[in-house]
Design a protein. Structure first.
Length: 97
C-alpha cells in the first residue's frame, strides 16, 4: 500500500456496522455472520444453563450446611450428655471407694 492513500482507501468504505461494503455483499461473509450469530446464541444458552446449575448447587450447599449445623448441635448435645454421665460415674466410683 502506498503511504499517500487516504484512510478510506486503506480501510475500505463501511456499509452496515463494521462490515466493509465488499464484505456485506459477499455470500461467504453472510454465512460467517449467520454462523457467528448461531454460535453466540448457543453460548448464551450455555451461560444460562450454567447459571441455573450454579443456583441449584448453591441451594444444595445451603441445605447441606443447615444439615451439618443440626448434626453438630445433636452431637454436641450427645457429648454433653455423655460428659454428665461420665462425671456421675466418677462421683459414684469416688464415693464407693
Amino acid at each position: 500500500m502506498s503511504l499517500s492513500l487516504g484512510r478510506s482507501s486503506m480501510e475500505g468504505d463501511y456499509g452496515n456496522g463494521l462490515m466493509l461494503l465488499t464484505e456485506s455483499n459477499n455470500p461467504n461473509s453472510r454465512m460467517l455472520k449467520k454462523d457467528l450469530v448461531v454460535r453466540v446464541h448457543k453460548h448464551d444458552q450455555e451461560i444460562m444453563q450454567l447459571r441455573k446449575h450454579l443456583a441449584d448447587y448453591s441451594i444444595k450447599e445451603a441445605q447441606t450446611r443447615n444439615e451439618k449445623y443440626v448434626l453438630e448441635k445433636r452431637i454436641a448435645g450427645c457429648v454433653g450428655g455423655l460428659r454428665v454421665q461420665l462425671l456421675n460415674l466418677k462421683i459414684q466410683v469416688f464415693f464407693l471407694n
